[in-house]
Each structure stands twice: as C-alpha cells, then as structure tokens.
Design a protein around this ligand. Structure first.
Ligand code: GLN
Length: 490
C-alpha cells in the first residue's frame, strides 16, 4: 500500500480534497519520518507542535469549503527564512537563538495558501557553500549512497537540508534559496527537482541576506508539477522588497501539466563542455537533448562566450555583497555577543567567535575587493563581466527558447572529498552561476543515475520571467527521462 509519505504535493492535494485523509494525518505521517531519519541532520529546528496546530486549522478551513492552493501540505523551510516565533539561525553560531518577530513574505504566502510547517532545515552557514559542511550545526547526510559503498555523501548546498528532507520523503516539498546554485545543485545531488525563479519573482523580504543582487527563493519537490505549484504559492510582487517584480503570478502548474514542446528551440551552449565534467554527465546531457528532440523540440547549438568568467566574477560580487550584508552582525542587535574591553574588541570577539571559517574568508575577500584602490580592479570589473554574461544570454535567446545544460559537473561526493582547497568546492557551481549572474530562471530535473547509482540532474534555463516555457520543457524532460529511482531505505 502506498503510504501518505509516498505521495507528491499534487497527489496529497487530491487525497485531501476527496477527504480520503486529513491534514493532521498527513502531518503526523511526515513527522514520523522526521523522527525516523533524524540521523540525516536535515533539520536545525523541528516544529511538530506548530505543524499539528497548523494542520488542524487547515482541516477546519477545508471543512468550511475554504481550501488554498497548498491546503494541508507539509513543508520544510530553509533556516534562512525568518519565521515568526521560531528560531532562525542561517546555520550560524552568530544567530543561534535568534527568534524573529516577523515572518518572511515567501513563508507568509505559503501559510496563506494553507501549507503546514514541519521545521527549519539545515544549510551551509549563511548559504555559503556547496556541500552543507559549513553549517555550525554539522553537515547533512545525503539519503543516497554509492552502490556497495557505505560512505556518507553530502547532499550539496547550500540548501542541503531542504533537498535531503524531500529526497528522504520527510516532506513532499520545501523551500530553498539560490544565490549561485544552492537550489539546483542540491536537487541534482539528491535526485529531486529544484527551481530557481527569475530574480525578482519571489520576495527576498525576511530572507537572511547573503548577496542581495543574486539571492532568490525557490522550491524543491519530487516532480516538476509540484515545483510549479509551490512556486505559484511563493511568488508575487511585494512592496517590501524593492527588487520584487510587479508582475502577476502565472498559472505555473498549468504550464507544467502541458509538456508540449513541439518546435521549441533548445539551445545547447558550446562553452559548457568543459574539462572536469564527468563523462557520464556529458553523455547524459547529450541524451537529454535527444529526449527533447524526440518530444518535438529542435536542439540548436548556441554560444555563451563569457561563460568562463562567470565563476571568478561571482566570487567577487557575492563576497563583496556578503561583506556588506554581514556587517550588521556586530553583537549589538542580533544573536551572539562576546564581551570585550571596549566596543571595538566586543565587535572583534563577537564576529571572530560567531562566524565560521568560510564566512570569514568571504568577508575578507569582499572587504578587499571593495576597498579603495582595488574597487576598480576587481569589483567594477566583475560588474562589467556580469553585463557581458547577461548580454550573452540575451543573444542566445534570439536563437532559442530555453537552454539545456548539466546542473553540476559531478554527482554527490563524500564528506571531506573536496575540502582540501576552497576553489575545488567553488567549481561545483560552474554550470549554475552564469544564470544566477544574469538573474535568469533555472530548474534541475533528475534525469538518470551514474555507474555508482547516484542521481544526476540536467538544468534548463529560461528567459527572464518566462518560467512557464522552462517548466513545459522541464516537464517534457521529466516525462522522457522517467526517473523513478529512490534512495535505498527512504
Ligand atoms: N555554492 C555557492 C556559494 O558558495 C552558491 C551558494 C548559494 O547559491 N547560496 O556561494
């Protein structure tokens, strides 16, 4: 018999609508999974009581005939979204114990649509990382393992807890944020769907800031349609975020239900064939193009000539913005305070003790590239490169409607395998960062398994604010790939 935790968001919605189950039952079934799989360390804070109260309220609303888009659906929230009355840490010691007095816009939208929160998920500290290993609360374990190898693998990052929770069926959906790949890369590592919307589609208000010109909230789910449904509930104009786009929210789920891609031009960017990509991923990418072609699309080769500059430019822009955003953690207003003999020493003690190594590294790089004398050489140059990257995409989209690329250059790796030098870790995002720099939407769809039995994702990138075309192509790819594998034991 299928259990409630086997069902997708869409299937749960249907079962709830038919009164075959209740939101309280659905919440309890998922909370039980949280208990069973606590060893994955996917959550920083679990909120079972809140989940039961919200589920009971959802059942009461439904009884009155008043059901929202996600009525009764249990969700996990990346611990970067401020949640009123519930600790929000950004996986940092400096924010440990911080209980916001307000709710982020995205989570407000989710609760308004009837969703139920089961807890706050683990992440890389302040969303800086690709493995979840920079979390102050310890790494997250990927539910997947290599065949015949019991070593623990990372779930990717930074939204690794949210991805692992969905892959382990602890929730049917969750939220993440993506600055340079933090939704798409963990989705690929965990064999699920991860969607980064166009910059400005979802409000950043109440999301702990990393790099404000790049940060964008988005959903994780096990199907393309579910990710579309979640995005529909999360998105929308927010006057509290000046970079939020004043656009109506389309029926994303309807787009995901029509995988009609006849005549759709799918761009294959030449520059994404780079050394360091696993041959299996290269092969999967070609198969993906073949699958879309068989479904009626027309693959076309395109060129994004500035691709190789995207990663280095990102590692100037993102640390620069992070150094400025994180200046607010000074021991005065938020979280941790470590006293000192005077104000300056209190700042130093607090920031020295409160931030982990990767965050300190980024703050130092950021302040360096913004300092007088270096600003023009680094920060300004990086911004100019950013314009060229955006122009590359604009030119490519004159020849195609979506782009198809790998999501990440490798499958999930073992904890510690890439920790020797930070640059190796940074390379993980080489396929996701260009779209981030240009503010474009991207989605990772699980498309196959490698020889070790680990999931691999393919990425589709869309035109700005054209998530619908991207979702149609993603649904077609999902259908053709027919990925049904599950992590053993979950
Ligand atoms: N891995 C990238 C970084 O460390 C991206 C992180 C993210 O998207 N939040 O910056």
């Amino acid at each position: 018999m299928t259990s409630l935790t086997d069902l997708t968001v869409t299937q749960l919605g249907a079962a709830l609508a038919k009164k075959e189950t209740s939101a309280v039952e659905v919440a309890d079934a998922h909370l039980k999974k949280l208990d069973e799989h606590r060893a994955l360390n996917a959550f920083i804070t679990e909120t079972p009581e809140k989940a039961r109260t919200m589920a009971a309220a959802s059942d009461a609303r439904r009884a009155k005939g008043d059901a929202g888009l996600l009525e009764g659906i249990p969700l996990a929230i990346k611990d970067l979204f401020c949640t009123e009355g519930v600790q929000t840490t950004a996986a940092s010691h400096i924010l440990e114990g911080f209980v916001p007095q307000y709710e982020s816009t995205v989570t407000t939208n989710l609760w308004k649509s009837g969703a139920v929160m089961v807890g706050k998920t683990n992440l890389d500290e302040f969303a800086m990382g690709s493995s979840n290993m920079t979390s102050h609360f310890g790494g997250v374990e990927n539910p997947w393992k290599r065949k015949g190898d019991n070593r623990k693998l990372v779930p990717g990052g930074s939204s690794g807890g949210s991805a692992a929770a969905v892959a382990a069926h602890m929730v049917p959906g969750s939220t993440g944020t993506d600055t340079g790949g933090s939704i798409r890369q963990p989705a690929s590592f965990c064999g699920i769907v991860g969607l980064k919307p166009t910059y400005g589609r979802c409000s950043r208000w109440g999301v702990v800031a990393f790099a404000s010109s790049l940060d964008q909230p988005g959903p994780f789910a096990r199907t393309v349609e579910d990710s579309a449904l979640l995005l529909q509930a999360m998105a929308g104009h927010d006057p509290k975020d000046s970079t939020s786009a004043p656009l109506a929210v389309p029926d994303f789920a309807a787009a995901a239900r029509t995988p009609d891609i006849k005549g759709l031009k799918v761009g294959i960017p030449r520059e994404y064939r780079v050394d360091g990509t696993s041959p299996e991923i290269e092969a999967l990418w070609s198969r993906g193009a073949e699958m879309l072609k068989a479904a009626g699309a027309v693959p076309v080769e395109v060129s994004l000539p500035h691709t190789k500059y995207a990663l280095p430019a990102y590692y100037i822009v993102a640390p620069a913005e992070c150094s400025s955003n994180l200046a607010r953690y000074d021991g005065v207003r938020f979280g941790l305070r470590v006293p000192g003999k005077d104000l300056a020493e209190m700042y130093q003690n607090t920031r020295g003790a409160g931030f982990g190594k990767e965050v300190r590294r980024r703050i130092m790089i950021g302040t360096y590239v913004l300092s007088a004398g270096y600003y023009d050489a680094y920060y300004k140059k990086a911004q100019q490169i950013r314009s060229l990257i955006a122009r590359d995409f604009n030119q490519a989209f004159e020849k195609c409607d979506v782009l198809l690329t790998p999501t990440a250059p490798t499958a999930a790796f073992a904890a510690g395998e890439k920790m020797d030098d930070p640059v190796t870790m940074y390379l993980n995002d080489m396929f996701t960062i260009p779209a981030s720099m240009a503010g474009l939407p991207g989605i990772s769809v699980p498309a196959g398994l490698d020889k070790d039995g680990l999931p691999l994702g393919l990425q589709l990138i869309g035109r700005a604010f054209d998530e619908e075309t991207m979702l149609r192509a993603a649904a077609a790819l999902e259908k053709a790939a027919g990925f049904t594998a599950r992590a053993a034991g979950y």
